[in-house]
Write a new protein. Structure first.
Length: 83
């Protein structure tokens, strides 16, 4: 989590909503971000480059989360695009 004073400075200097990231399961970080007044808190896992030698290549890693197929009826999907 970034320094809370840095987040406050960013929030004061821009007029768009601010999103901050906290680690999954670290509810105290989320509470701190909430008390600062962050508009959105992202608590998802992320694959990030640590350094040039130790990182997870997103292209080579199969990962899916956060979605589901609600229908396999393609005529319904096409109707949505025609609206």
């Amino acid at each position: 989590m970034p320094d809370p004073s840095l987040i406050k400075d960013i929030k004061l200097s821009i007029s768009i909503p601010v999103m901050a990231k906290s680690r999954v399961g670290h509810f105290v970080e989320a509470q701190i971000l909430e008390s600062i007044g962050v508009d959105y808190i992202d608590k998802s896992e992320a694959l990030a480059i640590a350094d040039a030698d130790h990182f997870i290549n997103k292209v080579d890693t199969r990962m899916s989360t956060g979605y589901s197929i609600l229908t396999r009826d393609y005529s319904k999907i096409i109707q949505l695009f025609l609206l």
